[in-house]
Design a protein around this ligand. Structure first.
Ligand code: HSE
Length: 312
């Protein structure tokens, strides 16, 4: 990295926490996402020479520890965007709790961590909209990034060069997740989606997307169960997840109110009503995946209204 050790930075250390996110929520393809109470943390310390990165937790031994690391890339992108030389010495310590490549917004979290840290180190020259725009540019999925930044249920659309977002307050909900140990890439799965859709399928998703927002806002899991359906992406993606469709059915049979593919998958997310065991729902999903030969981890989480924050 170039420039002085601290350059134009107004502080020499910053810690950020960024939550997991689940995008699409069934029909809300590329425009809806929700934060989950599972957090990645990264501490940035200026000093020394060159770039040093440590990774503990989910990414240990797998995530890049050089300039190609997405946290470092995002930080560098911010410095370039603001015409500032990147720090000549920087240490980044990452504690990763969000499973990688799982459809839970791990890379959105990494991009946002780098952008938020850079903005803080430089004295906050960027407003939240610019933070969102730059992090989405680095990562490529505005829905995950917007939810991770603002927290809660977030709607996002592109408007020319801008991203328009609105955040909706929702009551806390309990979710069960199955995280299949499958190596499926978001970009490969996106490339397979049909380029055009029928008007009937578009209409099917449009109305349901509106009602998913209303159901989550009202905590109306009965309505959510009726409208969390999709005709634009899920079936194409489930074809790459042996046991995925069966796991969704198993979640419903175990008492889940609604189930969707989380983002582009391969994780599945089930919304669980009070009085039903989320652990049982997660176990039902992983059992169905296991029968199809796919090992999967179980997670039971709550949704959260909190977005990314600078903690120190
Ligand atoms: N909306 C994006 C997609 C999210 O479905 O590809 C990626 O997690």
């Amino acid at each position: 990295m170039e420039g002085g050790v601290t350059g134009s930075c107004v502080r020499d250390t910053v810690t950020v926490r960024v939550p997991a996110t689940t995008a699409n929520l069934g029909p809300g393809f590329d425009c809806l996402a929700l934060t989950l109470d599972l957090w990645n943390q990264a501490t940035f310390t200026l000093g020394g020479s060159g770039l040093e990165i440590s990774v503990a937790g989910e990414g240990a031994g797998r995530l890049a520890r050089d300039r190609s690391n997405m946290v470092a890339q995002a930080l560098a992108r911010f410095f370039v965007a603001h015409g500032e030389p990147a720090p000549s010495g920087l240490r980044i310590d990452c504690q990763v709790a969000v499973p990688l490549s799982s459809g839970l917004g791990s890379s959105a979290s990494a991009a946002l961590a780098g952008i938020l840290a850079a903005n803080t180190l430089l004295g906050e020259p960027a407003d939240r909209d610019e933070v969102l725009r730059l992090a989405a540019e680095v990562e490529g999925h505005p829905d995950n990034v917007a939810a991770a930044l603002f927290g809660g249920l977030v709607m996002v659309v592109r408007n020319g060069d801008r991203l328009l977002t609105r955040r909706v307050e929702i009551p806390p909900l309990s979710v069960a997740l199955a995280v299949p140990e499958l190596d499926v890439s978001t970009s490969a799965l996106r490339a397979e989606l049909p380029g055009t859709v029928s008007r009937a399928d578009a209409v099917f998703n449009l109305g349901r997307t509106a009602l998913v927002v209303q159901a989550l806002q009202d905590g109306d899991l009965e309505l959510l169960g009726l409208v969390m359906e999709d005709k634009l992406h899920q079936s194409h993606r489930l074809a790459h997840i042996p046991g995925g469709a069966e796991a969704m059915a198993a979640a419903r049979a175990a008492g889940a109110a609604a189930v969707a593919l989380s983002g582009s998958g391969p994780s599945l997310i089930a919304f669980v009503p009070a009085g039903t065991s989320a652990a049982d729902v997660a176990a039902a999903m992983t059992a169905a995946l296991g029968e199809a030969g796919v090992p999967a981890r179980q997670l039971v989480l709550a949704t959260t209204a909190e977005g990314a924050r600078v903690t120190a």
